[in-house]
Each structure stands twice: as C-alpha cells, then as structure tokens.
Write a protein that binds this ligand. Structure first.
Ligand SMILES: [Zn+2]
Length: 156
C-alpha cells in the first residue's frame, strides 16, 4: 500500500489539489524522461512543440508534420532483411522507440509507410508508440498552460 492509501473520504479539497499538482508534476517529468531516452537525432523534432504549438489546434498539425518527419528519418530495409519473407514493402524499426509491430513470426519493424504511420499516430491501438504518446501529452499540456486553462476541462 502506498502512503495515505487509507485516508478515505476525509480528504480536503486543498489536499486533493496538492495531490493533483504533485501528480501533474510527476507526469511531466516522466514524459520528459521518455523523450530524453529517444535517439538523439529525433530529439529536436520531438521537442519542436515549444516553437510550433501555441493553441490546441496547432497540436494536431504539429503531430501530422512530426509523423511525416519521423517516417522520413526511419531506416528503410527490404522486407526479407527484416524477416518478412512474404512481404514486398520495405520495413523500418520505429525511429523513436525502436519498436516493431506485434506479430508471431519474428518479423522486425513496421511496413513503410502506413504501418509505421499508424504506430506513430496511435491509430493502431494494439501497438501505439509510447514516445509519441509522451510527446503529444507534453504538447497538449504546453498549450493548455499557454491558454491558461485547466487540463481536462478543454481537452478534446
Ligand atoms: Zn515507436
């Protein structure tokens, strides 16, 4: 059990606010740590929300551009070289997390470009990129702070 796990319904609004602030801070530093673990050549792109995102609407456009740039950085390899003996599409490991599509045949990487794109966009729910998720989360928090809003209240 964690500390104060038994405090029950007696928690005051002030304590709750302090706890939320602490958790938001922890989440921020956890997301930053994930970005810092991504390959050096992708860091500037992942951190570019500072320059590119001023409003919530900017985050969607920024994400689309980021996905395109990351796909361009991916190291394409012939299907056979990646263990996909039946495949005809080039494949690449995810350029930010190093991940591969889930499969039972030891095929490495994602088919280019569509499978890698789905992984980076998080539209493939079975194997969403954790690094991109962290980057999108940071961008979302950043514009929320700029807009002076409360996270969650204006969330899509
Ligand atoms: Zn990934």
């Amino acid at each position: 059990m964690t500390r104060k796990a038994h405090r029950g319904p007696g928690i005051t609004p002030r304590e709750l606010e302090a706890e939320i602030a602490r958790l938001r801070s922890d989440l921020y530093f956890t997301r930053r740590a994930i970005i810092d673990l991504a390959p050096a050549k992708t860091q500037d792109l992942l951190n570019s929300y500072f320059q590119k995102c001023k409003t919530r609407a900017d985050v969607a456009a920024w994400t689309r551009d980021l996905v395109k740039s990351l796909i361009a950085l991916a190291e394409a390899r012939p299907a056979k070289e990646m263990g996909d003996y039946a495949g005809t599409m080039d494949r690449a490991l995810c350029p930010v997390c190093g991940g591969s599509a889930d499969n039972v045949f030891d095929v490495r990487g994602f088919a280019l470009p569509i499978d890698l794109q789905r992984h980076l966009e998080g539209s493939d729910s079975s194997r969403e990129c954790e690094v991109m998720k962290a980057a999108r989360g940071l961008a979302g928090e950043y514009v929320t702070d700029l807009e002076g809003g409360t996270p969650g209240k204006n969330a899509p």
